[in-house]
Design a protein around this ligand. Structure first.
Ligand SMILES: [Zn+2]
Ligand SMILES: [Zn+2]
Length: 343
């Protein structure tokens, strides 16, 4: 078994690839998965930087895994050996106040948080409780299937469930060339919205128009709210964070909604609360999708396929270099890790 460990916080240290002779053994409601691919999320970079101080080291990073079940614990009832599955962020208890109203991704009792509190998907084998899994269509290649929950499912939840995007609304997506941005453009377009994509680099314009954006605003700084195409927006999906937050707020119409999922740097933002109050703006933090929401997304994909953008594919043995590429930014789509050929 091959796994990539975060042993020390910070970019001055490299990720460590280890080879284990023994495979983990599933017990109770756990399953063992042969991992086909795992996406690199910005959350992995945030974890590596030590911005989540409660993370116990060493830990195997990654929560965007897809693969096939090879063993199951005695109490597993929802899946069988041979099933192809993807991972949610964590398991769900099914009993807390969030789970009982269908918001399992906000479960108050979950502790198996992949790549944060539990070993994650940068590994050729992965243990996961069955409640943290969803079924993956056989037709999708691994580097596409690894994007079904995060970024696609999470973005679907952010736009459809949290922001309530409806046909005819105007949705603006910042960082539109990234994994979440490209997902947001496609999903908002599928929900019937007019989509304005914001990017820093004009080389992404054509691909975003092909994904369904009506307009692409190229803004190397953070003044896109001054562009006439970016005014009177119903919903902004901000996938960047501090650099774009205030410009995102200023694009919104009165009563508009800002969904924040970007967290690219640790700077804090300064907000004029009077502006929020007088403009009746809602600011929402995005969150992980539930199994049902990912299944809805898969059904939409069956009706008319989404494009899963892959910037590049690296073996686990080159995970360190792959993360540095994500950190450098400017990519179009996800960087995805796969087991090394010799593993
Ligand atoms: Zn993710
Ligand atoms: Zn719960």
């Amino acid at each position: 078994m091959e796994r990539v460990r975060l042993t020390e916080f910070g970019w001055e240290h490299s990720l460590v690839t280890e080879t284990m002779l023994e495979l983990p053994h599933p017990t109770g409601q756990q399953v063992l998965i042969d991992v086909e691919a795992c996406g690199i999320c910005h959350l992995d970079l945030i974890t590596r930087e030590g911005r989540l101080p409660f993370v116990p080291l060493p830990v195997t990073l990654g929560h965007e895994a897809v693969g096939r079940i090879t063993k199951i614990g005695d109490d597993v009832s929802e899946f069988s050996v041979g099933d192809r599955v993807g991972t949610l962020y964590r398991e769900t208890c099914g009993e807390c106040s969030q789970c009982t109203v269908g918001d399992e991704s906000l479960c108050e009792a979950a502790s198996h948080v992949l790549g944060v509190l539990a070993d994650g998907g940068y590994a050729s084998q992965l243990l996961m409780p069955q409640s943290g899994l969803f079924r993956v269509p056989e037709s999708l290649p691994p580097e596409h299937a690894a994007q079904l929950h995060c970024p696609m499912g999470t973005t679907y939840r952010d736009l459809k469930v949290l922001a309530g995007v409806r046909r005819g609304q105007r949705v603006l997506v910042t960082g539109a060339n990234g994994g979440c941005g490209a997902a947001g453009v496609q999903i908002a377009s599928r929900l019937g919205a007019e989509v304005i994509a914001v990017v820093r680099d004009s080389r992404h314009v054509e691909s975003l128009l092909s994904l369904g954006a009506s307009r692409v605003v190229v803004d190397p700084g953070s003044t896109f709210h001054k562009n006439p195409a970016a005014l009177a927006i119903d919903v902004v999906l901000d996938t960047v964070g501090p650099p774009t937050f205030n410009s995102s707020l200023r694009c919104l119409r009165r009563g508009g909604t800002l969904v924040v999922i970007g967290n690219v740097d640790p700077e804090r933002v300064s907000v004029n609360l009077g502006y929020l109050v007088t403009s009746a703006i809602r600011v929402i933090g995005g969150s992980g999708a539930t199994r049902a929401e990912v299944e809805e997304l898969c059904a939409l994909h069956e009706e008319s396929p989404f494009q899963f953008l892959v910037a590049s594919v690296f073996p686990f043995s080159e995970a360190d270099q792959a993360q540095r590429k994500v950190k450098a930014g400017g990519l179009c789509g996800r960087v995805v890790l796969v087991p090394s050929p010799t593993a």
